[in-house]
Design a protein around this ligand. Structure first.
Ligand code: MG
Length: 342
């Protein structure tokens, strides 16, 4: 089990439970069980293992690798109260499933704007306070920031299949491996931690030799804003990149950050940094034709190599950008070689 930079060997009997595992981790790290997030435990009957699950019922390997994230009590007290407030606020949110377009370049053509900036400012500050960044893998100097949505961006969360891995978007792992050369990767999903850890584990995204996830944010780091177009108003939650930027001011900002999501309202507060990707649904069928990730891989590589300032880009036109920069691509990575030859 790895916690931060330290690796612990933990021995357990198969008759023990997940709660016993967490007690053992508490003895080693002083991180209380309810603060621990354990990544890498296989799902039990398609669900994330609960604390009372007996280890023998999980398809564990003889030597199972795990990552634990979480902070000790003394690191934590400052944010404790604020987290309950955040959860209470999220519970009252109206979530509208219909997306609407956030376009930066053409507001007159019907793009929405966020109403009442001063009201969301307070929420933003509160969320910056309550968000605890649990680093899973060390950040690297000079890397740009890639924030990725999970559901329908990297996998189809609704279809059924033998394993979650079967629902991954085509090219998922090579996309992440390629992006990892230029970007530190953050997953931000509007879901709870328990599901998030099960999904990442099921998609084999936790222990890869070719890419590492820097950290993960869940729904508790989102908050609601009201958007309007004309007289039509909607309340919805957003992923405010400023939360990350303020935590790492020397490292990341709008100039070196890109956020990819299938729902554009998620980047309502940072429309310029957002790239709306076509959602990956109905995996059993669309798996045969979906090529969004290999294309996006090329775009991310090109802009990381050619663009010192992402605020100059209009991500909406990303496919066109790739077409226009075929000569640069060929001179950088070999004529016609494509991503497979890099
Ligand atoms: Mg999504």
């Amino acid at each position: 089990m790895r916690w931060g930079t330290i690796t612990y060997a933990v021995e357990l009997e198969l008759s023990e439970t997940v709660a016993d595992l967490k007690d053992r981790l508490f003895e080693l790290t002083e991180v209380r069980p309810h603060r621990q997030k354990v990544l890498g435990l296989p799902a039990a009957a398609g669900r994330p293992p609960r604390d009372d699950i007996v280890l023998s019922t999980l398809p564990l390997k003889f030597e199972q690798r795990l990552i634990m994230v979480g902070s000790r009590e003394q690191d934590y007290s400052a944010v404790h109260d604020a987290i309950s407030a955040a959860a209470a606020a999220a519970a009252g949110t109206v979530v509208n499933d219909l997306d609407f377009d956030y376009s930066v370049d053409d507001p007159a053509a019907g793009a929405r704007v966020v109403k009442d900036l001063s009201a969301y400012r307070r929420r933003l500050e509160r969320r910056i306070e309550t968000t605890e960044i649990r680093i899973m893998n060390p950040l690297r100097e000079g890397k740009k920031l890639l924030v990725l949505d999970l559901d329908y961006t990297l996998f189809d969360c609704r279809s059924s299949a033998a394993t979650i891995a079967d629902l991954g978007r085509p090219g998922l792992h090579s996309f992440l491996a390629s992006a990892y050369r230029y970007y530190d990767i953050v997953i931000w999903s509007q879901t709870s931690w328990r599901w998030l850890e099960a999904k990442l584990t099921g998609l084999n995204m936790v222990f890869s030799d070719q890419f590492k996830i820097a950290f993960v944010l869940d729904r508790t780091s989102m908050f609601s804003v009201t958007s309007r177009r004309g007289r039509d108003e909607r309340t919805h939650e957003v992923k405010a990149l400023e939360i990350i930027w303020r935590k790492f001011p020397q490292r990341w900002n709008a100039q070196n950050t890109i956020h990819i999501d299938d729902i554009s309202r998620n980047f309502a507060l940072n429309p310029q940094s957002g790239l709306k990707i076509h959602p990956f649904r109905n995996a059993p069928v669309s798996r045969a034709t979906d090529r969004e990730l290999p294309k996006l891989d090329r775009y991310l590589t090109l802009i990381a190599t050619l663009e010192p300032d992402f605020t100059k880009l209009k991500h909406k036109h990303w496919k066109h950008y790739c077409t226009r920069h075929i000569p640069e691509w060929d001179s950088l990575f070999g004529n016609g070689a494509g991503s497979s030859n890099r």
